[in-house]
Design a protein around this ligand. Structure first.
Ligand code: SF4
Ligand code: SF4
Length: 171
């Protein structure tokens, strides 16, 4: 999938001072320009990126499974050991602007991907709604829809392939 808009790290369109001051940070800043606090707040808490994926060795196609990382709290959709995640789970990929631009499997709903592509956040993003629950109410988060990788042998992963992590809500 091609990265569009600001995905090349280019500055967003010029705004006059009055316009920029009245807009939220994700509409005026590139991913690279965000503060740590802004960056962290941009995650909507969906946990779709914490699902295991399968890659077809011949075609390179990547598909989602409903099998979640063993550190994911399936109810809250939060990592149970976020500060130590890369030590505990070596294949956990911490997101930074370069990763956002290069990881083709980031969900279409992912806020980092949306901003990287020069698009706005959806109504259910907590930064827009002001409510951390709307990501769950909209059916975007993985809450209640996963099984833990701790319970599933790798040879059975194909039985858990799903498409919903790549989909957007109808509303
Ligand atoms: S897919 Fe994007 S918005 Fe959702 S939890 Fe992962 S990083 Fe955050
Ligand atoms: S270690 Fe935490 S952040 Fe990384 S994939 Fe697992 S649950 Fe998600």
């Amino acid at each position: 999938m091609a990265v569009q808009g600001n995905g090349d790290g280019a500055a967003p369109p010029a705004l006059d001072a009055g316009d920029a001051a009245s807009l939220p940070f994700w509409k005026t800043k590139t991913l690279d320009a965000m503060t740590t606090e802004e960056w962290e707040s941009l995650c909507d808490g969906c946990a779709r990126c914490c699902l295991n994926k399968l890659e077809d060795w011949d075609t390179g196609e990547i598909v989602w499974t409903a099998i979640a990382c063993e550190l994911l709290d399936d109810e809250s959709c939060r990592c149970s050991d976020y500060p130590n995640r890369t030590t505990r789970v070596p294949d956990c990929i911490p997101l930074d602007p370069d990763a956002v631009r290069s990881l083709t499997w980031l969900p279409a709903s992912c806020a980092y991907r949306l901003v990287s592509e020069g698009r706005d956040l959806y109504w259910w993003h907590p930064l827009v709604s002001g409510d951390a629950e709307t990501v769950h109410e909209a059916g975007i988060s993985v809450t209640g829809r996963t099984v833990s990788e701790a319970d599933i042998p790798v040879e059975e992963y194909e039985d858990f392939i799903v498409t919903w992590p790549g989909e957007l809500p109808e509303r």
